[in-house]
Design a binder for this molecule. Structure first.
Ligand SMILES: Cc1ncc(COP(=O)(O)O)c(C=O)c1O
Length: 404
């Protein structure tokens, strides 16, 4: 690894009202926990983004703003360069974030009582987005085949009913880190087309991938699926600008697009932050090599995590995408008799490490913890040390139990 990597000196974030660093409780021992849960990065975002924001701030006027043709062109050009995907700029809709877009699609394109299918374990706000809006949540759980997560497409067919209207896909998949292959997406798309379903494809993690892994945009799978797809992209994860919300929503079908746009308006999501627009354009226009270095950094960090966590008895499948690791505590839980709550306590109270609990992502996540590795090597080392303390505490409980 290049010793001069920009990803080793992270700014001190505490004191900036961040969820990650300012929202954390102390543990019962009065120790600050190390937060490795929420999915943003500790790194400064790339210089061209900072420079563009500075210039915009210096202008000193922040009136009502819209997503211009130039904003669209930055995204279109990025997709062409990075994914060989040709996006028609006329099909692009601005939304102030991916979850506002997902929720708007559910509200605008389905009716109350309609069924929406998700594939847990999956990004937990999907659950609420469906249930909060009076739609019926249907689960098609992922399955693990030889340790690798896959979509269970036979089961998917079996849960589809006349009330099913929408499939909500996480592609790449948070939290298990799969980057679905074109062949997998083709089979998924075939089901959506045959059952006349709308697909919302959340592609926010498209640009964070391990070396050699290719991302396939759902819209690019073929014209039949494109005309029923709402694909949600955003620069927030890739360039660490989640606090400047913006999303690019690709909707090739003009009728779906105008229904979606009307819903955004109805919900009051019509306005764009000038700073979000400026940051997004600079990111897509000028930060390609930064993303390449970032992905290289993550490749190395995941090599380490896989090695060191396995040595502690906590295996992890090396994710194909995202900067999130899915730690498998099931072997330790089995050996020690610990349940999810005991594991959480050991991590939080004994290790001083705050991860995302697997069970938040659906009952299928029981036995797992999600770790966000987008931080410096020094903080990562600290996390590994704390993981070791938590594992030692779990094992000590078993040993004490065995002696009694
Ligand atoms: C799959 C997925 N979708 C959406 C979001 C949030 O997107 P936004 O902040 O643009 O609403 C996240 C954040 O972690 C995510 O992992």
């Amino acid at each position: 690894m290049d010793p001069s990597t920009p990803f080793d000196s992270v700014p001190r974030r505490a004191g900036t009202d961040t969820y990650k660093w300012d929202y954390r409780p102390r543990n019962a021992r009065g120790r600050d926990v190390l937060p490795m849960w929420v999915a943003d990065m500790d790194f400064a975002c790339p210089d061209p983004v900072i420079d563009a924001l500075r210039r915009r701030v210096d202008h000193a006027v922040f009136g009502y703003t819209y997503a211009s043709d130039a904003y669209r062109e930055s995204f279109v050009s990025w997709q062409r360069r990075r994914h060989a995907w040709t996006v028609d700029p006329a099909t692009l809709v601005f939304a102030p974030g991916v979850m506002p877009a997902v929720r708007s699609a559910i509200i605008g394109l389905t009716d109350p009582g309609d069924q929406v299918v998700i594939q847990p374990p999956v990004y937990y706000p999907f659950f609420d987005a469906i249930v909060d809006n009076g739609r019926t949540l249907v689960e098609n759980p992922l399955v693990q085949v030889d340790g690798r997560y896959q979509m269970d497409l036979d089961h998917l067919e079996s849960v589809i009913s006349p009330r099913t209207r929408m499939l909500l896909l996480c592609s790449p998949h948070n939290p298990v880190g799969r980057v679905w292959t074109r062949a997998e997406l083709e089979r998924f798309a075939d089901i959506a087309v045959r059952h006349d379903l709308i697909v919302v494809s959340d592609e926010i993690h498209a640009d964070i991938r391990r070396a050699g892994v290719e991302f396939t945009p759902m819209v690019d799978v073929g014209p039949d699926i494109a005309r029923r797809t709402i694909a949600c992209h955003a620069p927030s994860k890739t360039f660490n600008i989640a606090g400047l919300p913006s999303a690019h929503v690709v909707i090739p079908d003009s009728q779906l697009r105008s229904r979606f746009e009307r819903t955004l308006d109805r919900l009051g999501f019509g306005l764009a932050s000038p700073l979000a627009l400026v940051a997004s354009r600079a990111a897509y226009d000028s930060c390609e090599s930064w993303v390449d270095s970032l992905n290289g950094f993550f490749d190395a960090q995941f090599d380490r995590l896989v090695r060191e966590a396995a040595a502690l008895g906590v295996p992890i499948v090396r994710p194909e995408g995202t900067y999130l690791g899915w730690l498998d505590f099931r072997p330790i839980q089995k050996a020690t008799g610990a349940d999810d709550e005991a594991t959480r306590r050991a991590l939080f109270e004994e290790g001083g490490l705050w991860l995302s609990e697997g069970r938040q992502f659906g009952s299928q996540g029981s036995g797992f913890q999600r770790i966000n590795i987008a931080t410096s090597r020094a903080l990562f080392d600290d996390a590994i040390g704390r993981l070791g303390q938590a594992v030692a505490a779990l094992t000590a409980t078993r040993d004490a139990g065995a002696r009694q």
